[in-house]
Design a protein around this ligand. Structure first.
Ligand code: PMP
Length: 379
């Protein structure tokens, strides 16, 4: 044959997720931890690496890690499912609770994977946009859930990319209003210090998602987990790939989890860094900063796409550009970095904006042209 039969027709309208693998000296685009694993943990792992059985298949349920997570959350192992990053578990939830003829409710602007996975699994998306200050529109959500046809709800808490924390009472109203599976995505829980865990017993439809990618410096290994009631976890095990979490990742994540107090100081430093970024950005004229309970800060600024480019090309600082996303017009998101990185980012924003001011005062676009920002970005 000299051709390939086409895949599922639905794929025609999908574009591959662009993880934007751009390199810079200061990487503040992916909400990662600014530091690698603490040296003492790496030493301990290195000491035992020789005995590691690379030749054996992993434990499909990551039993050791599962027990540790269950115990820390006052749950049983059957209430925990470990996945290949939170991303895999979101996909599994839609494989099990979504699919053709079923509906996912999400509240944009929010984490893009909910919508992407809905499309891939053939789940219909019901979108209830957030208010202009990124709160949930609880009245509209409750009214829509009242129709009784939504199968799964996904809420990022705090919300990526806006940083907004939804009041617990609103989430409880949602849980009371529906028997749909409600995923409260607590990927940034260690920075917000808010969890819906105490409500699990009363609400069997509540599922909580967490990850090792943010507070525990393990974005490179891909480990996340859900907390849910036993039946929900059992259904998820039917659709998951049995060996999705490799044994190296299980081993490292279990070591990290056992030693998690070691990470507390860095988490406090990141929360302090978040305040520094929020204050620093709000002191810059023309920048609007949104409150954040996560390890990133969203801000709005005129000509955001041009600022993004100047930060990258003139200062080697990479942030995330949301300026073309609906509801996030002129918005950029910066991840909290080390103190040095935060300072470098703030100084770079000030520099670009003051150059822009100078150019405006000089009367025209001449300085912008010198800076290489006019034209390509459609100022
Ligand atoms: N949920 C949210 C809200 C996120 O921002 C992310 C990571 N960007 C994830 C889930 C998934 O994280 P991971 O797959 O790295 O565990």
């Amino acid at each position: 044959m000299n051709h390939v039969r086409p895949p599922r027709p639905e794929l025609e309208f999908l574009v591959p997720y662009d993880a934007k693998d751009i390199k810079a000296e200061v990487m503040l685009a992916a909400n990662e931890h600014p530091s690698n694993l603490p040296g003492e943990i790496v030493e301990r792992l290195a000491g035992r690496l020789r005995e590691f059985r690379f030749n054996r298949y992993p434990d499909p349920m990551a039993s050791r890690l599962r027990e540790l997570i269950a115990e820390a959350n006052g749950l049983e192992p059957h209430n925990v499912l470990v996945g290949n990053g939170g991303d895999e578990l979101i996909f599994d939830l839609l494989l099990a609770w979504g699919g053709p003829g079923r509906k996912l409710l999400d509240c944009p602007p929010t984490f893009a994977m909910y919508g992407i996975d809905a499309q891939v699994t053939g789940t219909e998306l019901v979108r209830i946009p957030r208010t202009p200050d990124f709160e949930l529109d609880s009245e509209a959500i409750l009214a829509r859930l009242g129709q009784g046809d939504v199968d799964v709800v996904m809420i990022s808490q705090p919300n990526n990319p806006t940083g907004t924390l939804t009041p617990e009472t609103v989430l409880i109203d949602i849980l009371n209003a529906t028997d749909a599976l409600v995923l409260v995505d607590e990927a940034y829980f260690e920075f917000s210090r808010h969890t819906m865990r105490p409500h699990m017993e009363r609400h069997p439809n509540l599922v909580i998602l967490r990850t090792f990618s943010k507070a525990f410096s393990l974005a490179g290994l891909r480990v996340g987990y859900v907390l849910g009631n036993e039946e929900v976890v059992r259904e998820l095990t039917k659709v998951r790939q049995p060996y999705s979490v490799d044994s190296f990742a299980q081993w490292v994540a279990a070591t990290v989890f056992r030693e998690r107090v070691v990470f507390q100081q860095a988490i406090r430093d990141i929360m302090r860094g978040r305040d520094t970024l929020m204050h620093g950005l709000s002191a810059i004229e023309g920048v609007e900063v949104f409150p954040s309970e996560a390890n990133f800060v969203l801000f709005r600024v005129e000509h955001a796409a041009a600022l993004w480019r100047d930060l990258l090309h003139n200062h080697s600082v990479l942030v995330r550009d949301f300026s073309r996303s609906p509801g996030l017009e002129e918005c950029l998101r910066v991840t909290v970095g080390s103190d040095e990185e935060n300072e470098r980012f703030l100084a770079a924003v000030e520099d670009v904006i003051s150059q822009r001011r100078a150019a405006e005062i000089l009367g025209g676009t001449e300085a912008h042209v010198r800076h290489g920002t006019v034209g390509e970005l459609g100022y």
